[in-house]
Design a protein around this ligand. Structure first.
Ligand SMILES: [Zn+2]
Length: 116
């Protein structure tokens, strides 16, 4: 499976397939120079960012404190949501380096006959 994009703010993966635009991990476009400050809507000015990180950044600069705050929140969301862990090697390395304890057990299991 193709590696998902990496958030330009927290540097953690933006999982494929999140369709709820209010989900903190939903993929959005961050404009390096905000449109409100005359930035172009060109590819060079567009970078991927999580919904949460983009909302926290608003039209301000990417400060170190912002990155720390965003990473803390996004790591928390990933830790609680194993179903959203991307399967790519790069994505998993980024999550592991950020402190997400990736379990070795398979995430998707077929229910056993007789259970539930
Ligand atoms: Zn992010």
């Amino acid at each position: 499976m193709k590696e998902p994009p990496v958030c330009s703010i927290c540097r953690l993966p933006i999982p494929w397939g999140i369709v709820n635009p209010n989900h903190p991990l939903f993929g959005t476009i961050d404009h390096v120079i905000p449109l409100s400050k005359g930035g172009a809507n060109s590819a060079a000015n567009r970078r991927p960012a999580h919904r949460y990180c983009n909302a926290r950044k608003r039209s301000g600069p990417i400060r170190a404190e912002l990155v720390v705050d965003c990473r803390t929140v996004i790591v928390g969301v990933f830790t609680r949501s194993p179903a959203l862990w991307p399967r790519g090697r790069r994505s998993r390395a980024l999550l592991r380096a950020a402190g997400v304890q990736l379990s070795r057990t398979p995430i998707y299991k077929f229910p056993r006959k007789g259970s539930q």
